[in-house]
Design a protein around this ligand. Sequence first.
Ligand SMILES: [Zn+2]
Length: 553
Amino acid sequence: MGNVLEIIPLGGIGEFGMNCMAVRYDDEMIILDAGMGFPEESAYGVDVSVPDFDFLEEYREQITAIILTHGHEDHLGALPYILKKFNVPVYASHFTVGLAESKLDEHDLLGDTLIHRVEPRDVVELGPFKIEFIRVSHSLVDCFSLAIKTPVGTIIHTGDYKVDETPVIGEPIDLRTFRRYGQEGVLALLSDSTNATVPGRTPSERAVIPAFEEIFSESKGRIVVAAFASSIHRLQIVLDVAQQFGRRVCVLGRSMQKNVEIADRLGYLDIPDGLMVSLNETKHLDDDEVVFLVTGSQGESRAALSQMATQSYKGLTIEEGDTVVLSARIIPGNERAISRLIGAIYKRGANIIEEKRRLIHVSGHASQEDIKIMTEAVRPKYVVPIHGEYRMLFRHKEFIKNHLGYDEEHIVLIENGDVLELDGERAVVVEKREVGRTFIDESGFEEIDRETVRERKQIAYDGVVTLVITINEETGAMEAPPEIVARGVIGLEGSNGYHEDAQRIITETVESATLKERQDTGLLKERVRVEIKRFLQKQTGAKPVITPVIVQV
Ligand SMILES: [Zn+2]
């Protein structure tokens, strides 16, 4: 093959999170972003998922780099997992590197990873790819779009962005550079769709300042602000308004403390001397002299805010007179947890301010008019909507078609695993590859295989049955009646006789086996399991996990 560019998303298309994309020309491949995803509730005990990087195995020798657009978990969280399989250099901004290093450190990978810090307008050459990093605005700081010059044309990957001319921290979006590429000619724009269903422009990060000033001027008691730990602009605003109204700031929650530390160390946050106080120091302050900046805006039960609302967090409890500000959007799937949290805060007698009541949150993603500005600046031959659920990708396409005059052939909807081939003339999905997800247990950073998740689900729905069979090793005779221990199984208790029937079936199964078969515990277990499974399914309809145990005496 040759003369064609392949774009293969491993995640992030048609779903929220897990953004990751392979870009390949001839025998060289680069990876754009390595994000984690957040599985639905039914994935029992699974905290996060990452793309199934086994897909990349056949390209092992071709992968030359991982390039990160920004530091959000859905773009960076899978970095340790991909690096464990493919140890290649990483390119990212200073702040993204700050977050990445802290993550790699937790995984003990810091010493083995080659990381390149890049600045806006830097150009990195990797084989056939010439990559320029372009400043964009987002809810996080130090975020990039990528302009990738390839032998078939230039590709622009927007990363996550909005058009913010007045960010709180750092430079505004660099539309001049986008326009420059537009003038030179852009083959394809891979463009953020997260907010493609939202009309109008996304407000600037600064838009929330007046509401915060109002809240601070009205509140007589303590103020608790819950925000995403990564919303660095927002954190700066809270610090500034606190300073303005003579309140000291106490940061609570592990991720919030970590991000404030990194952003402060790298010079992204401007923290006035003496503004920050420890939890202990707040005890000597009056209620109207303190603001708590906390984690838990999504109702996460282990986070600081939920604990303050339901019991206590390090001795701190929400009380009557407090004002709690939820300065974040609701991530789909968290509605019920947030609703419970709000109820708990009301029960405590505190006042709560949500996004719907005041402008205390703005999105970090491009709304339709932002998308228009970006697309008109770049004027690509093809638009490829990325980042978002299918509904958002589709609406992105409709918007571009109806408002920017693109026809169907020049807007390409792709899905995870699609191989999108571009040769400068056409953009066609030529193949669909199998790309899955890997579940991660965050407590030990372990991968959980699909079978374990399936088994957990089965236990949750139908329970577990343990069968204990005691056999004489010499004679093969059963030394005691079989024991049946059922947990969470309907029908095996009580007077319906199923318990006795099951015992009888086990005994018959063992007795019908030859001595040789009885001494083969693996074989005997499987036979008993199959018979009991059949019996339970027929009698009760239940499909519990069945675990036979053979005790040889
Ligand atoms: Zn983001």
